[in-house]
Design a protein around this ligand. Structure first.
Ligand code: UD1
Ligand code: PEP
Length: 427
């Protein structure tokens, strides 16, 4: 199994190209199920989750083809052809590998009138139920049955009529499933308290390019008028704001300066505001965002929240960075109940962090020291990479498969700005 080895202590400086967003591509891929025509996604990140989703689509009968160079920003493409759907069942062995598999439910139901998808189960960061996905789809007219670990959804007359749903809690995935399902209904649907994440805007923009009728894009009130059919198109995946934010923290923790090429400032304001509060200078350049350290980091207080609030997917990386701040920082995780699993590992590297339920106090320390560490989720793993970049001595981050889910060419990108880092295979 691979690990990431880091010799810490280097100040990082230079440019990092930002890849297509994991959380966008994972909702754009299932849109192929909504049309008999081909869908081509450009700026495709090379991520394990993209491969997993491709396998799931193949299982359903969707042909997938990849083109383009291994690296480079907009060169890689994926074409999906769902002219024939052979199966409407998403099996457990594929769904359990990637929670986002649940996003085939809405589009498959909308196009085929039925869908059977394994319940994804919990994961390291929390229970992550899918009740809101099911309630929203039910509100659009679906009948739902749960049996033997699977959810079976059907449209009683072959097509969903559409309907209104108000989310009691903001959910990114449930909003995505409902929007996709609503595009092929026979009537109008309205979603209230919908998630407003930029990845949902990206999803809506793709659906509109495929012929969908959606109003209120970017707001919490989406109005979708169903159409008879959607058509194919070519569409570029948006840049990954979480990847960009993670590398911004690499600049911060190493006292360096990194330009995040391709990052979109307007989608990252909560992150850039937090970076500024920590004493980093953020400049919006012609190519993206440049983040530079100016001296000792200042402590900050952050609470995670749905967009446009501070993203839960940035919490672990900021926590690692705040270990080097001049004082005590306060973090509150409001989205997932178990998202501090990096804390014991960071402590092993010399961090002084106290957690109480959803709150954490990060007391700045003079130094971190390298260690062999492992984490049980993606962003937690990235926080350990960040700590390793700053730590004295060697750090080895195990279970690299978590990082490979969401960071394209991580070691190449960090080596490109001066880090001493490599991937090692352990047979
Ligand atoms: C592939 C993808 O885009 N993943 C992102 C997506 O996950 P995901 O879409 O799973 O996250 P949600 O926005 O749905 O979850 C938000 C909260 O709602 C709860 N909830 C959600 C659905 C549901 O049916 N019932 C329910 O109670 C969750 O347990 C959580 O506490 O948004 C999260 C929150 O920004 C991010 O951390 C993930 O990176
Ligand atoms: C939690 C995350 O992703 P997922 O929903 O795919 O598990 C993440 O990207 O940090």
């Amino acid at each position: 199994m691979d690990s990431i080895w880091i010799q810490g202590g280097k100040r990082l400086e230079g440019k990092i190209p930002i890849s297509g967003a994991k959380n966008a591509v994972l909702t754009l891929i299932p849109c192929a199920l909504l049309t008999e025509e081909k869908l081509t996604l450009g700026n495709l990140p090379r991520l394990a989750d993209v491969d997993s989703f491709s396998h799931l689509m193949n299982e359903l009968g969707v042909a997938t083809a990849f083109a383009g160079r291994r690296s480079g920003q907009t060169s890689r493409k994926m074409t999906l052809d769902a002219s024939h759907i052979d199966s409407t069942v998403a099996p457990y062995e594929l769904v359990r590998k990637m929670r986002a598999s649940i996003l085939v439910l809405g589009p498959m139901l909308a196009r085929m009138g039925e869908a059977t998808v394994s319940l994804p189960g919990g994961c390291a960061i929390g229970d992550r139920p899918i009740d809101l996905h099911l309630k929203a789809i039910e509100a659009l007219g679906a009948e739902i049955e749960l049996a033997a670990g699977y959810v079976k959804a059907s449209a009683p007359k072959g097509r969903l009529p559409g309907g209104d749903y108000s989310f009691p809690v903001v959910s990114v995935g449930a909003t995505e499933n409902a929007v996709m399902a609503a595009t092929l209904t026979t009537g109008r649907s309205q979603l209230f308290n919908a998630a407003r994440e930029p990845e949902i805007v990206d999803l809506c923009n793709l659906l509109v390019a495929m012929g969908a009728k959606i109003e209120g894009i970017g707001s919490s009130h989406l109005i979708i008028d169903g159409v008879e059919a959607l058509h194919g198109t070519e569409y570029d995946v948006m840049p990954d704001r979480i990847e960009a934010g993670s590398y911004a923290c690499a600049a911060g923790i190493t006292g360096g300066s990194i330009e995040l090429v391709g990052a979109r400032p307007s989608e990252m304001l909560a992150t850039t505001n937090a970076l500024a509060a920590a004493g980093l200078v953020t400049e919006f350049t012609a190519d993206g965002i440049k983040v530079s350290a100016t001296g000792k980091l200042r402590p900050i207080a952050i609470s995670t929240a749905p967009y446009p609030g501070f993203a839960t997917d940035m919490q672990a990386q900021f926590m690692a960075m705040m270990c080097m701040a001049d004082g005590d920082s306060y973090l509150e995780e409001t989205i997932f109940e178990n998202r501090y699993m990096h804390v014991p590992e960071l402590r092993r590297m010399g961090a002084d962090i106290e957690t109480r339920g959803r709150s954490a106090i990060v007391r700045g320390v003079e130094r971190l020291t390298g260690a062999e560490v492992m984490a049980t989720d993606l962003r937690a793993s990235m926080s350990l990479v960040l700590a390793g970049l700053r730590a004295e001595g060697e750090t080895e981050v195990l279970r690299v498969y978590h990082l490979d889910r969401g960071y394209e060419r991580l070691e190449e990108k960090l080596a490109g700005v001066g880090a001493t880092i490599e991937r090692r295979s352990k047979g």
